[in-house]
Design a protein around this ligand. Structure first.
Ligand code: FAD
Length: 315
């Protein structure tokens, strides 16, 4: 069987749902080999094996100063892994870094790149969402290996029937910027909630929260969901810019998206309209958000959200 490469930018233990989805997508193209620029623990190697991964490729100098220019480093790592395994395709996360690495790899190998994928067929046909999620199209690459970035929550993961301990391969990767050194690494603030782009449930607040995100955050915690926001809420300084959903923010496609106090402007819809189920809470029955909502609740979010959270906590 042919191989496929699955690029994971971080490997947690237990493996995250997002990693398992990428592995499931890789399996459609061949026997999946995970590529990571970070060191992979023995525990994680065993978990990757249980998920059906047949090999794990890391650089000999994983986690060292050589990764200063890490996008170039990771592109080189994937290019070498591709030539070693002769894999038919590479699956990456649809994150900013994933798309950047995919583009660099495409240029380096003169290969076709498909971004924003929501499905991959065994024959390499990729279904992708276009025009801010308004349509889906099918694409096939005609040059080189298929390089594809997959949106979170698109592909179902099922555990393989049989699993084996994968081979661990350490490969030398040249330092792409030998003159440069890391001076400081700033840690991102950790919220304890799921990552917005990978979450299965997102609760977002807009201008309607009127400066107080507590009802939105409280419902999110009752559901184990990520918190999102409209640009109006971000611009007002009520919540961190990292959580903005939309054209100039993050694109999300959770199983459930709850929009509270959000009117449904086209730029907001661009980031969330491919969500599987959309619930809108808005006190204006004519708000455009109800046009794309599967379930609409006309009411004040300050009443509706706490009631929903209290009901969920009873279960
Ligand atoms: P509003 O449109 O003001 O809507 C607030 C809603 O809350 C109303 O429907 C109101 O009925 C309801 N409401 C008020 N009080 C309550 C209450 N107590 N209970 C329940 N409902 C209540 N926007 C984004 O979100 N993301 C983007 O990435 C983005 N990018 C943009 C890029 C460009 C180039 C431009 C020009 C705009 C962009 N915008 C973006 C802005 C976008 O056009 C809208 O202005 C914005 O989405 C509006 O946010 P909102 O829905 O929270 O606010």
């Amino acid at each position: 069987m042919a191989f496929s490469l699955v690029y994971l930018d971080s490997i947690s233990s237990p493996l995250s749902g997002a990693s398992l989805e990428l592995i499931a997508a890789g399996r459609r193209l061949g026997d999946p080999v995970v590529v990571s620029a970070q060191p992979v623990s023995d525990e994680s190697v065993a978990e990757l094996g249980a998920a059906g991964v047949s090999g794990v490729v890391v650089p000999e100098n994983a986690g060292t100063e050589a990764q200063t220019n890490f996008l170039t480093f990771e592109t080189q790592l994937l290019a070498i892994a591709l030539s070693e395994t002769e894999a038919s395709g590479v699956v990456l996360p649809n994150s900013l870094n994933g798309k950047e690495i995919a583009a660099r790899l495409g240029v380096k190998l003169n290969a076709g790149v498909v971004t924003d994928a929501v499905d991959i067929a065994e024959d390499g046909t990729v279904t992708k969402s276009v025009l801010a999620g308004a349509y889906t199209t099918q694409a096939r690459v005609t040059e080189g290996p298929l390089i594809v970035t997959l949106k979170a929550n698109s592909v179902e993961y099922t555990a393989p029937a049989a699993a084996e301990e994968p081979d661990l391969l350490e490969i030398p990767v040249e330092d792409p910027a030998p003159g440069a050194r890391v001076v400081e690494v700033r840690e991102k603030a950790v919220s304890g909630r799921p990552d917005l782009t990978a979450a299965r449930i997102v609760v977002s607040g807009g201008r309607g929260v009127d400066g107080d995100f507590t009802p939105v955050e409280d419902l999110a915690d009752a559901l184990g969901a990520a918190v999102g926001a409209s640009r109006a809420a971000v611009d007002a300084g009520w919540i961190n810019h990292d959580l903005q959903v939309g054209q100039t923010g993050k694109t999300v496609a959770p199983q459930l998206y709850i929009a509270a106090g959000i009117s449904g402007a086209i730029q907001h819809k661009a980031g969330m309209q491919t969500s599987r189920v959309i619930v809108a809470v808005n006190d204006d029955p004519d708000s455009p958000i109800f046009e794309i909502a599967d379930l609409g609740i006309v009411g004040d979010l300050k009443n509706v959200l706490p009631q929903a959270a209290a009901e969920l906590r009873k279960r």
